[in-house]
Design a protein around this ligand. Structure first.
Ligand code: PEP
Ligand code: MN
Length: 341
C-alpha cells in the first residue's frame, strides 16, 4: 500500500502517518519526488480499515494498494528513477555507466595494469573479485583481504570507485571497509541474511540475478535490501540458464527491458557472464544498453589467455577500448522512453 501525500502536505502530516503505521507495527518508507511525496507501507499484515483511516488524515491525497509482491522496488511506489551516486558517478541516469576490470584480482601488477587501461578508455567504475564464488572448490577462490587492499590502491591511483563481491555474511564488514559498492553474486541472490547484512552497511548494493531466478524473485531480492532502509540498490542481469549450451548463459534482455518498466532501480547488463565468450561481449553490451540498461559490467584482462578466472569471456585492453568507442556512439543515438506501463 502507498500513501500519496498532497503537494502542500508538511512534515507534521508525514510524521503523523508514520506514527499511525508504527501503532500497527508497520514500517513507512518515505519517498520524496519533485511533485509529491509518497509513503510506502510494508509489513506482514495490513489491518482491515487502516486504508480508510489513513485516507482521512491531514495531507493525504490517496491511498493505493500495490498489488505486486515487491513494494519498495515497484514503479508504483516511486515513479521517478532512482539514481545511485558513487563519487561523481551517477548510476541510473541518462548516461550509461561502465563497470570494468578483471574477474579476479590476481596480484597488484595485474590489477593496476588493467585499472589504468579501463580508466584511460573511459570506464567509470573498477570491478574485481577478491572473494570468488567458484563452481569447483579447487579453483582459484580469490586473494581475500589482500585483494581488497589492491583494489583500494587502484582506486587511489585511478580515481575510479570500486565494486567487489561479498560472498558471505562474515565478510560483509571487511568488504564494506574497502569497497564503494558491494556486489551480491548470482549464486547468492536468495541468500536473504547476506542481502540484509549488506543492506545494513548503507553502501550501494548491486544484486545480480540468479541463474535460475524469475524476474519477480530478482526484484524481491532487491526488496530485501530496500526493506533495510537502504535505497541505493542496483540490479544486474547476468544471464540465466536455458536449454542452450552453445553459450555459457543466455543474457536475458527481455528482463532488462521489463525491469525498466516494473522498477525504478538502475539496471546493469553483464554480457561477460551472460555469454561466456569474449567475442559476444561487444554485441550484447550494445544490445543491453539499447534494451534500456543503465550501464554494463565488463570483464577485462591484460592477457585473457592467462587469466586465473573467466579468461574466455574477458576482453583484452584493446577490445575494451573499441567497445567504449561504440558505447559513446550508441549513447548519442536515442533516449529511452520506457516508463511504467
Ligand atoms: C563475477 O562478477 O565475477 C561473478 C562471479 O558473477 P556472477 O555472480 O554473476 O556469476
Ligand atoms: Mn567472472
Amino acid at each position: 500500500m502507498i500513501v500519496v501525500m498532497k503537494a502542500h502536505a508538511d512534515d507534521a502530516d508525514r510524521a503523523a502517518i508514520l506514527a499511525r503505521l508504527e501503532e500497527h507495527n508497520l514500517r513507512g518508507h518515505l519517498s520524496e519526488g519533485d511533485e509529491r511525496s509518497v509513503i510506502g507501507v510494508v509489513g506482514a499484515r495490513i489491518p482491515d480499515g487502516l486504508s480508510e483511516q489513513l485516507q482521512s488524515m491531514s495531507g493525504v491525497q490517496s491511498v493505493v494498494r500495490i498489488s505486486r509482491s515487491y513494494k519498495l522496488a515497484a514503479r508504483e511506489f516511486q515513479p521517478h528513477a532512482t539514481i545511485v551516486r558513487v563519487g561523481n558517478v551517477e548510476i541510473g541516469g541518462p548516461n550509461p555507466v561502465v563497470m570494468a576490470g578483471p574477474c579476479s584480482v590476481e596480484n597488484e601488477a595485474q590489477l593496476l595494469t588493467t585499472a589504468r587501461a579501463v580508466a584511460d578508455a573511459g570506464a567509470h567504475i573498477l570491478r574485481g573479485g577478491a572473494f570468488k564464488p567458484r563452481t569447483s572448490p579447487y579453483a582459484f577462490r580469490g586473494l581475500g583481504e589482500a585483494g581488497l587492499k589492491i583494489l583500494a590502491a587502484a582506486r587511489d591511483e585511478t580515481g575510479l570507485p570500486i565494486i567487489t563481491e561479498a560472498l558471505n555474511t562474515r565478510d560483509i564488514e571487511l568488504v564494506a571497509r574497502y569497497t564503494d559498492i558491494i556486489q551480491i553474486g548470482a549464486r547468492n541472490m536468495q541468500n536473504f541474511a547476506l542481502l540484509e547484512e549488506a543492506g545494513a552497511t548503507g553502501l550501494p548494493i548491486m544484486v545480480k540475478r540468479g541463474p535460475a531466478a524469475t524476474i519477480e524473485e530478482w526484484l524481491l531480492a532487491a526488496e530485501y535490501v530496500l526493506a533495510t532502509g537502504n535505497r541505493n540498490v542496483i540490479l544486474c542481469e547476468r544471464g540465466i540458464r536455458t536449454f542452450e549450451t552453445a553459450t555459457r548463459n543466455t543474457l536475458d534482455l527481455n528482463a532488462v527491458a521489463l525491469a525498466r518498466r516494473r522498477t525504478h532501480l538502475p539496471i546493469i547488463a553483464d554480457p561477460s557472464h551472460g555469454t561466456g565468450k569474449w567475442y559476444l561481449v561487444e554485441p550484447l553490451a550494445l544490445a543491453g544498453i539499447a534494451a534500456g540498461a543503465h550501464g554494463v559490467m565488463i570483464e577485462v584482462h591484460h592477457d585473457p589467455d592467462r587469466a586465473m578466472s573467466d579468461g574466455p569471456q574477458s576482453l583484452s585492453h584493446a577490445s575494451f577500448a573499441r567497445l567504449m568507442d561504440k558505447i559513446r556512439v550508441l549513447n548519442g543515438l536515442y533516449e529511452h522512453d520506457l516508463e511504467a506501463a
